[in-house]
Design a protein. Structure first.
Length: 235
């Protein structure tokens, strides 16, 4: 069982969380670079982490995304009390805000498996299993990352969890954003993930009532441990 340090950051500014991810990721990358030059027996261990948080209203654009998918100018951002960042993860544009569970696994995949596609499928499976515990049937939509509902019906298919990751020397960054009690009206200000013909949804919308975020986090953590054969240790 690989040990993974877990920390719930609570509601945290997006830039602060991004800088924290960068710091932890760079620490592990530097350890791996140093280990290549170190004699056997004196090598250091990298630290894998799982961070959960919520963000104040923010739109983030991945490195392969288009600015055209943000439907607001600078004044518009002020009007909806939101910020915007162009960042170094994969994927296009998405929204983060209160009531959404954002997960940032900063893992050394050399300790798990060196397959980024398998890594993404594991993150999706973690969310799929969690949603099942809340009575929501979900799955994967062919050709897209993330977790979707009504995947067999293109006219009804809607996204409940977005994903975008970065990996350097098998150290991961960024992760997933699960809409739990999210204000979905903010998604009207973007073309989510660059997909203009699909809707987004949340656990609250599907169940018709707010959900206990701590219960959702507990389930996510359980399935993370099962899939990655990991033990979470409070940081």
């Amino acid at each position: 069982m690989q040990k993974v340090l877990y920390k719930n950051l609570g509601l945290i500014d997006y830039k602060k969380a991004w800088e924290l991810q960068e710091r932890f990721s760079n620490e592990s990358v530097q350890i791996k670079i140093g280990n290549r030059k170190s004699p056997e027996g004196s090598q250091k261990e990298t630290v894998s982490r799982l961070l959960f948080c919520e963000h104040p209203n923010v739109f983030t654009l991945g490195k392969s995304g288009s600015f055209d998918n943000l439907l607001l100018d600078e004044e518009g951002l002020k009007t909806v009390d939101a910020t915007f960042y162009k960042i170094n993860r994969g994927g296009d544009i998405t929204y983060h805000g209160p009531g959404q569970i954002v997960g940032y696994p900063i893992l050394d995949l050399d300790k798990f498996f060196t397959d980024i596609h398998k890594y993404l499928r594991f993150l999706e499976e973690m969310v799929i299993r969690t949603l099942s515990e809340f009575g929501i049937e979900s799955g994967r939509y062919s050709g897209y990352t993330g977790v979707w509902l009504d995947v067999e019906n293109p006219l009804k298919a809607r996204k409940i969890c977005a994903m975008g990751v970065r990996c350097s020397r098998w150290i991961t960054m960024h992760g997933f954003a699960l809409n739990a009690n999210t204000d979905l009206s903010y998604f009207k200000n973007i073309i989510p993930c660059g997909i203009d013909d699909k809707q987004v949804t949340s656990i609250e919308k599907e169940l018709g009532q707010k959900v206990d975020l701590n219960k959702v986090k507990k389930s996510l953590k359980k399935h993370f441990c099962e899939l990655f054969e990991a033990e979470l240790v409070d940081a």
